[in-house]
Write a protein that binds this ligand. Structure first.
Ligand code: ATP
Ligand code: MN
Ligand code: MN
Length: 301
């Protein structure tokens, strides 16, 4: 299988995180946060972040000069990375080596490379053609209030419940929310993607004044784009517990549905206030969601 072609680990002693260079480099200028602050955040969040990304092809957003400089989305392995592993997957280019971070040392190596954001596939590296989650990415257009976004997430949950599908909510650290549906890992993208599309389409038919399901920006004013496009082979969504390369150093934070009403905005959880929450957390806010085996069988034909 492709996952077996990962870079060879020689000895365990190699799995020591690299020493952080330029720890005082400012990465979030308006927040006076440095590369050291980012590394400290990821060290604190590690037990929560790792299960979200380990074993999955991973893209990162790197900002070598901080978030006000050029940032770029990277999905392939680059020279100098030795702790980050790779998986060779077929793609438009034939095949390429995709990044995987399987342990703390690999994550910290990416931080050393000024990675701020972590974006896994909705699939495992050893089964890249099948999904194990659906992500409904709710993207508010101009003029949509936070209360309306919260209501939309709850409506997505309710509609999924009618299909006997359990779902979970997280902040993105940005403007919207993600509603995540764990699936039986064998779910073919060819089934998952049309389902996600049809679901989004269904929401626009239910409430055409509130929702759109087309990516075109000009249709989004005052409306919420139900972005189903996160659901395809090679598509990514930000990992729960990832920082975002945006002012305020926000964090994508999974929540219990009961706690959604208390939240003031999608960027309320940040590098500064998230670690205290993570320290208090006894269990994942989504419970044992990774063990949920939900299938679209009987829902789609
Ligand atoms: P927000 O709540 O502000 O929308 P978001 O993370 O949902 O935050 P989106 O722009 O909706 O941001 O993107 C959703 C996901 O799509 C991202 O988390 C990312 O994984 C992926 N994505 C976005 N832009 C790109 C890109 N240029 N290349 C690859 N993947 C992208
Ligand atoms: Mn979004
Ligand atoms: Mn989107």
């Amino acid at each position: 299988s492709p996952a077996k072609k990962r870079t060879q680990r020689d000895t365990d002693s190699e799995r020591v995180p690299p020493t952080l260079s330029s720890p005082d480099k400012v990465l979030f200028p308006s927040d006076a946060l440095t590369k050291r602050d980012v590394a400290d955040y990821y060290a604190a969040a590690m037990p929560w972040l790792l299960p979200e990304i380990a074993g999955r092809p991973l893209s990162v957003i790197r900002c070598p000069g901080g978030i006000d400089g050029p940032c770029f989305f990277q999905k392939h392995h680059t020279a100098g990375m030795s702790l980050v592993e790779t998986v060779r997957l077929k793609d438009e280019a034939g095949a390429s080596d995709y990044l995987i971070a399987n342990d703390a040392a690999a994550v910290m190596e990416l931080v050393q490379f000024n990675a701020l954001e972590f974006h896994p596939w909705g699939a495992h590296a050893d089964a890249p053609d099948t999904a194990d989650r659906i992500v409904f990415d709710l993207d508010p257009g101009d003029g949509v209030s936070w209360a309306e976004i919260v209501a939309a997430a709850r409506q997505v949950r309710g509609l999924l419940q009618q299909l006997k599908l359990e779902s979970f909510v997280r902040t993105t650290g940005g403007k919207g929310l993600h509603v995540v549906v764990p699936l039986d890992p064998g779910s073919d993208w060819d089934v998952v993607k049309p389902f996600a599309h049809a679901f989004a389409q269904g929401m626009t038919e239910l409430d055409p004044l509130k929702y759109v399901a087309t990516a075109t920006k000009k249709f989004r004013k005052q409306k919420i784009f139900v972005d189903y496009l996160r659901n395809g082979r090679g598509a990514t969504a930000v990992a729960s517990f990832s920082l975002r390369a945006r002012a305020g150093a926000p964090v994508s934070m999974p929540l219990r549905w009961e706690d959604l009403g208390k939240l003031k905005s999608g960027d309320a959880w940040t590098l500064r206030n998230a670690p205290a929450r993570l320290k208090r957390l006894k269990a994942h806010p989504w419970g044992d969601f990774m063990a949920l085996r939900q299938s679209l069988d009987g829902i789609v034909d």
